[in-house]
Design a binder for this molecule. Sequence first.
Ligand code: ADP
Ligand code: 3PG
Ligand code: MG
Length: 401
Amino acid sequence: MKKTITNLKDIENKKILVRLDLNVPIDNKKIVDNNRIIQSLPTLNYLIEKGGKIIIFSHLGRIKSESDKEKKSLKIVGEELSKLLNKNVIFVKKTRGKELENKINSLKKGDVLLVENTRFEDFINEKVTKYESSCDGELSKYWASLGDVFVNDAFGTLHRKHASNYGISINIKEKVIGFLVKKELEVLEKIKMNPERPFVVILGGAKISDKVGVIDSMLKIADKVIIGPAMSYTFRLATNHLVGKSLIDESKIEYAKNILKNNSEKIIVAFDSIAVKEINDDKNQELKSYEEIPDDYMGVDLGEKSIKLIQDSLKNARTIFWNGPLGIIENDKYSNGSKEILNSIVNLKNVFTVIGGGDSGLMTKKLGLEKRVSYISTGGGASLKFLENKEMPSLELIEDI
Ligand code: ADP
Ligand code: 3PG
Ligand code: MG
């Protein structure tokens, strides 16, 4: 058991650095789903009540250009957090420097300050710098120097070795996990150590390069692994099918071939897809399923036959872990596959279902089914890495009690 905030003796008037995962989906300058913010409240309220001076760090999206910075400021997240905490959150537009230091020094007990998106450190003056994402030593030391204690409650980024989690941890003496990380680890531990079988894993979503590598490990712990869009297109290509303009990762084709060759019994790949010419087209395009996707078409949702195949494969499941929507669910038109599968899952009896990931959680919520699954994890990549038994760098630095 890791040390948690309830093991901290002195909080009053201490500067508490808190890493949260406030990486929420934003559309048109509006937060589409505030779940990650809500899940961070117990830790924040506890620290406020105990009279800490709270300094929050979080990333938002990935920053690869100046224009990304305009879209990915944490300012509106700070406003939402103010509302939810019912108290003013001081937002500092900078990730380092005098203004930040002065504001931190003038905090009173119970005050909350939010630092700008930590990944703004990844792109500075027109250059890719990756100070945050490559865990730059100087930045890590600097951030750690701003506080007395570190609370890591960013479950969604536990698998990352970045300056704002791993970097602060190695440079600060006292560090603990928060309530969210504790809760997440308890649920996922149950699936990892002792899942009721059959245990079925469903993988979809867009972060193919990040996540395709976990299939190997999932095949070891699960009885069946289902690969849906957009992950499936790399596998379809590996077996010489046509995928048109669908999302793929060319560097993983050989890996996909080997996986399929060695695990034909356990692995199920969605074989048909709804495909369209233009994703954001207002014209009423026909939504048709293809097994072979034409050249200028892109797969956007799970196809009719694959819906049936997946529903059949889930029938006897006693444990289900699902990461990654099975279509571009931001558009209602392409949500049908995810909806059908989720609807059949919530109607299964005696099954423990965990949905993992920001977008997958949002999908469940959008369909109004969040109360009918056993647990929604705030981490996609992180929950997969945890189940995989892979190193969670930021977690390992926190002592056990
Ligand atoms: P999570 O946040 O649950 O971990 P990911 O971030 O890996 O999941 O993937 C979610 C994204 O995957 C969504 O933005 C969705 O639009 C995208 N996606 C799903 N299916 C497709 C597809 N067929 N083509 C392109 N993107 C897809
Ligand atoms: C997530 O959305 O999975 C987490 O916030 C981590 O984001 P990342 O994959 O960009 O590190
Ligand atoms: Mg996501």
